[in-house]
Design a protein around this ligand. Structure first.
Ligand code: DMJ
Length: 575
């Protein structure tokens, strides 16, 4: 078992630090250039094994069945646990191809990217009588198309001259239009299900999840920015605001709710299934669009998570009304959280919970869907591992923030497990039961959009060298553009740029610039000349036991306090 790691570098690096730091990769000691290149090639082979088998046996259907080398038209099955209202005449939307496009660009395969874009331009239609899950269709299809559209117009990956005339953006807009009836509820909260051809079905369920209402803003916002039509962003923002207005006095949300009555159905929640991307999209919307509103909501929500869900490195569930713990369970989806904490700058906390997730991975060989922490045993039925990306995602973020080669060892271990247990002749199969490693005939599209992409970027982040991106919850890339920022666009972007050019990435981040601005003297960036009022925390990693361990914030000159989770901040003033 690897030794416990402590995060290197100050926790205040904060928001976006990894995106900036990615420009300054240095070879990881103990994980030399040859080994890195070897691992990168191993991941490249994995991606192509999955992709080529999909193209050979399943395309243009939605997903590959790797054991039987056939296909499933699963878009209308995603999130549809009881498999209700499955369409009769639906032949797929090339879902796995859409999901692969941004990964093809990251891998540098512009020829295949162009081929995929042109095929979709000529053949994809959303005029199909299929009931789909709004959240799933948004993150996979709308997100995949928007990201690919941006990449298709980028100088690096641009399509051959004259071939691209915004076809994917037109498709995305058509899809966005078809989403709009879902938001036509008395509360503005979207229905979870929408028929692409006919809108919301009669007697449609009014139950949805927190992530279903709160994780639409990146894709819908990007669609508005790209088309100049504000209605997509407006409906997503209205839903997000309504959702946040339903929080408890503890700043907690539940997991499921009714879009007609606006009442909670399930009041217990955590950071996993049904809620996860709500948190993720708040901070990423702040990064992408720059509006303080997202930060303010995120900040309060994040503090509540740390206060009521966190137990050491673990996160249990709690009742939103009382804050009392309900379920003590680790779920595979929670493993994205350390990656989010890197964006916040809470590196020490990210490191400690990532380590625990990895211990569970090592114990079983992969991450089980659900593990009962209070009984220290696997959940009786949810013992599967459907090739989820979350641990690889967090490993990538942690490596970007710390450059600690240990995270590459973690990546290597994940890659070895995937090849040992999931690789089959016809692609990569999900694991039905982590105790027996029995396989299941399904290669989920997120294996192509996320799992392989994060593993590849762990060993080769050169794609990120000259641009900052936000990754959607499905791993699709959205570049950070000053023109999309509502606030401080010029200072943010020019500071980032000059920091990059000045090769001074170590301490730079948007959060740092906001909280502890670096002083620019004589046109050069000097290493952290703090403002006069600033008194640093007693420990460099900002961990604390009492308020006395915390110093005075440089911009507000307020005394920082020690949070329940044990780190310094301005938290209590805001609470
Ligand atoms: C992906 O579809 C997305 O990451 C989503 O937010 C939840 N998790 C799955 C993969 O595990």
């Amino acid at each position: 078992m690897p030794a416990a790691r402590s995060a290197s570098g100050p926790a205040r690096w904060g928001l976006l630090s990894l995106l900036i730091l990615s420009a300054f990769s240095h070879p990881a000691a103990g994980f030399g250039a040859a080994k890195k290149a070897y691992m990168r090639e191993k991941v490249r082979k994995m991606f192509y094994h999955a992709y080529e088998n999909y193209m050979a046996h399943a395309f243009p259907h939605d997903e590959l069945k790797p054991l039987t080398k056939t296909f499933t038209d699963s878009l209308s099955e995603l999130g549809n646990l009881k498999l209700e209202y499955l369409p009769q005449n639906y032949n797929g939307s090339a879902l796995s191809l859409i999901e692969s496009l941004s990964s093809l660009v990251v891998l540098g395969n512009f020829t295949e990217f162009q081929r995929g874009v042109l095929w979709l331009s000529d053949n994809l239609t959303f005029d199909v009588d299929a009931r789909v899950n709004l959240f799933e269709c948004n993150i996979r299809v709308l997100g995949g198309l928007i990201s690919a559209h941006i990449l298709a117009t980028d100088t690096k990956s641009r399509l051959d001259h004259g071939l691209y005339k915004n076809q994917l953006l037109n498709l995305a807009e058509d899809l966005g239009q078809r989403f709009l009836p879902a938001f036509d509820s008395p509360t503005g909260l979207p229905y979870a299900w929408i028929n692409l051809k006919n809108g919301v079905m009669e007697n449609e369920t009014t139950e949805t999840s927190t992530s279903g209402c709160g994780s639409l803003i990146l894709e819908m916002g990007a669609l508005s920015r790209l088309t100049g039509d504000s209605k997509y962003e407006a409906v997503a923002l209205r839903a997000l605001r309504k959702l946040w207005s339903m929080r408890s006095s503890l700043n907690l949300l539940g997991t499921t709710l009714d879009v007609v009555t606006g009442e909670w159905i399930e009041c217990s929640s955590g950071i996993g299934a049904g809620v996860d991307s709500f948190y993720e999209y708040l901070i990423k919307a702040y990064i992408l669009f720059g509006s303080d509103e997202y930060w303010d909501i995120f900040h309060s929500a994040y503090l509540a998570v740390q206060k009521y869900f966190r137990h050491g490195p673990w996160y249990h569930e709690a009742d939103m009304r009382t804050g009392r713990a309900t379920y003590w369970q680790l779920t595979s989806l929670q493993a994205f959280w350390p990656g989010l904490q890197i964006l916040v700058g809470d590196i020490a906390a990210a490191n400690s919970s990532h380590r625990e997730f990895f211990h569970v991975w090592q114990r079983f060989g992969v991450l089980p869907e659900r593990y009962l922490l209070d009984h220290d045993m696997l959940h009786p039925t949810e013992r599967y591992y459907p090739l989820r990306p979350e641990l690889a995602e967090s490993t990538f973020y942690l490596y970007q923030a710390t450059k600690d080669p240990w995270y590459m060892e973690v990546g290597e271990s994940i890659i070895n497990s995937l090849n040992s247990y999931a690789k089959v002749d016809g692609g990569f199969a999900s694991i039905r039961d982590v105790m027996t490693m029995q396989q299941e005939d399904h290669q989920h599209s997120f294996f192509l959009s996320e799992t392989c992409k994060y593993l590849y970027l762990l060993f080769d982040d050169s794609f990120l060298a000259d641009k900052n991106y936000v990754f959607t919850t499905e791993g699709h890339l959205l570049p950070i553009r000053s023109s999309w920022h509502e606030k401080l666009p010029e200072s943010y972007i020019s500071n980032w740029t000059s920091i990059k050019n000045g090769n001074q990435g170590t301490h730079a981040s948007a959060m740092s610039l906001q909280v502890c601005p670096a002083m620019f003297i004589g046109g050069n960036i000097t290493p952290w000349v703090e403002s006069a009022c600033h008194v640093p925390d007693s420990r460099v990693d900002h961990r604390c036991i009492t308020d006395d361990d915390c110093g005075i914030d440089s911009t507000t000159c307020r005394r920082r306090t020690c949070s329940m989770a044990g780190y310094c901040g301005l938290w209590l003033f805001i609470l």
